[in-house]
Each structure stands twice: as C-alpha cells, then as structure tokens.
Design a protein. Structure first.
Length: 258
C-alpha cells in the first residue's frame, strides 16, 4: 500500500525550475521537490545566492544547478531555458516563485515600485511560463505552479498594488490552464498567507506587535513558515494532481475563512 501511494508523488529524474529559489518559500519548495527526486534549477537574479542555494542542495544529496535569471527580461528567461535544456534535456516542472512587495498606502506607492512589482510579480510569471511552455507543449506534459497570495482574494492594508499583481497571477493561472489543457499541461497556483521568511524577519522582530496581531487573526493562531507551502508544491508537481488545473490553493491557516 505504501509503495503504491509513494508512486503518485515520485518525482525521480524530473527537472524542476524554481524562480527565486534561493531562499524563503522558493528554497523550501526546491528542497521538497529534491526530496521527492526532482533535479533542481535555481533561477534567480543573484548568481552568488543562486550558487549558494544549489550548493546546499547538492551537499544534501540532490542534483541541482543555478542559472542566473532576470525574470523580467525575456532574453534572460529564454537563455535560462536553453541552458537547462542543454544541461538536462527536458523541463517537467516550473515554479514561478520570484516576487517582490512594496508596503505603503495604495495611493503612496511610487511609479518605480509599481513597475518593479508588475515586471517581476506578473510579467515574470508570464515570460517564464511562455518560455517553458513551448517545450512542455512539444512534450505534451508539464506542471506549472505559480505563487500567488491569499491577498489575491482579500484585502490587506498597505499591500494594494501587490495584491493586484497577485490577483492577476491567479487569473493568468486560469487562462494558461484553459489554453494548455489540450497539451496535458497542468497550471495551478498556491496562495500563501503570512509566511515568516528571511525577507520579513527583520520587520517582525522590530514590530512584534504586528506579528501577534496577524497571528491572532488566523484561526490556527500562528504565522506560516515556508515548509507549510512545500508539501502542496510536491502534490501539484506530481502525477497525483493530473486532474487538477486552473486552481489557486490558499495556504493561510484558515485566515481567508474568517
């Protein structure tokens, strides 16, 4: 019985690209996919950080490489895809995780911040999906996992434009899922709630009252950690999810149910 169950989640030898996979949710997903047998490509802007993340995976027994990638630039994304195909000959899984957030009242977000969030959070998902999708369409098989957010479906103060980009990611997920279904490409999204990562650790340490307030608003009474997201990514990357597409799965401790 156990062996039959494991085969549904076995990713042995499958090639997975994780954008922004050098830390936080992205690295947790990369580790989980590697544990399931996938070969990992860390695709992020910083070559040094990408190499460090790939080294950690290799030292843990995984097969991994890092490819410097600016997801907001079409040429950079296409070069990354070609490098992966030259290295390993196939791409089975794409995790569009790279993203940034700017805090502040919605009317106070600068034009520069708007452009940055749009190009990385939304345009980056589009460019990577299209570049990888061409290969997946030829193979008639693939799994695309986009990282959206719980605030794609609910509002949170001082996250206005960020939430708009994530809502767009969820809609783009549905559009790709519909158009790529004939090619047996599953496209889904994960919508994390408030997750403790390296990026917000300093903020929560400086504002512990905010961390407590957010945790109190969550039915499970705690903030999430990246490892709360990773198991769902394994499911969405595996054969177990072959009949699931076009969905955004919220992982928020019940926050959106309140």
């Amino acid at each position: 019985m156990g062996e039959n169950l494991r085969k549904y989640f076995d990713l042995e030898g499958r090639v997975a690209i994780v954008t922004g996979g050098n830390r936080g949710i992205g690295f947790a997903i990369a580790c989980a996919l590697a544990d399931a047998g996938a070969w990992i490509v860390i695709a992020n802007r910083s070559e040094r950080e990408g190499q460090e993340a790939a080294k950690r995976l290799v030292e843990a027994g995984a097969k991994a490489i890092a490819v410097p990638t600016d997801v907001s630039k079409k040429a950079s994304v296409e070069q990354m895809v070609q490098r992966v195909l030259q290295e390993w000959g196939r791409i089975d899984i794409l995790v569009n995780n790279a993203g940034i957030v700017a805090r502040g009242p919605v009317e106070a977000i600068s034009e520069e911040e708007i452009d940055q969030m749009y190009t990385i959070n939304l345009k980056g998902v589009y460019l990577a999906s299209v570049a990888v999708g061409q290969h997946m369409k030829e193979r008639k098989k693939g799994k695309v996992i986009n990282i959206s957010s719980v605030i794609a479906v609910m509002a949170l103060p001082e996250r206005g434009f960020y939430s708009a980009t994530k809502a767009a990611v969820s809609q783009l997920t549905r559009s790709f899922a519909l158009e790529w279904a004939p090619y047996r490409i599953n496209v889904n999204a994960i919508g994390p709630g408030t997750i403790r990562t390296e990026l917000n650790r300093a903020y929560f340490e400086a504002h512990p009252e905010d961390a407590r307030r957010l945790a109190d608003a969550i039915p499970l009474k705690r903030l999430g950690v990246p490892q709360d997201i990773a198991p769902l990514a394994i499911y969405l990357a595996s054969d177990a999810s072959d009949y699931v597409t076009g969905q955004t799965f919220l992982v928020d401790g019940g926050w959106s149910a309140v």
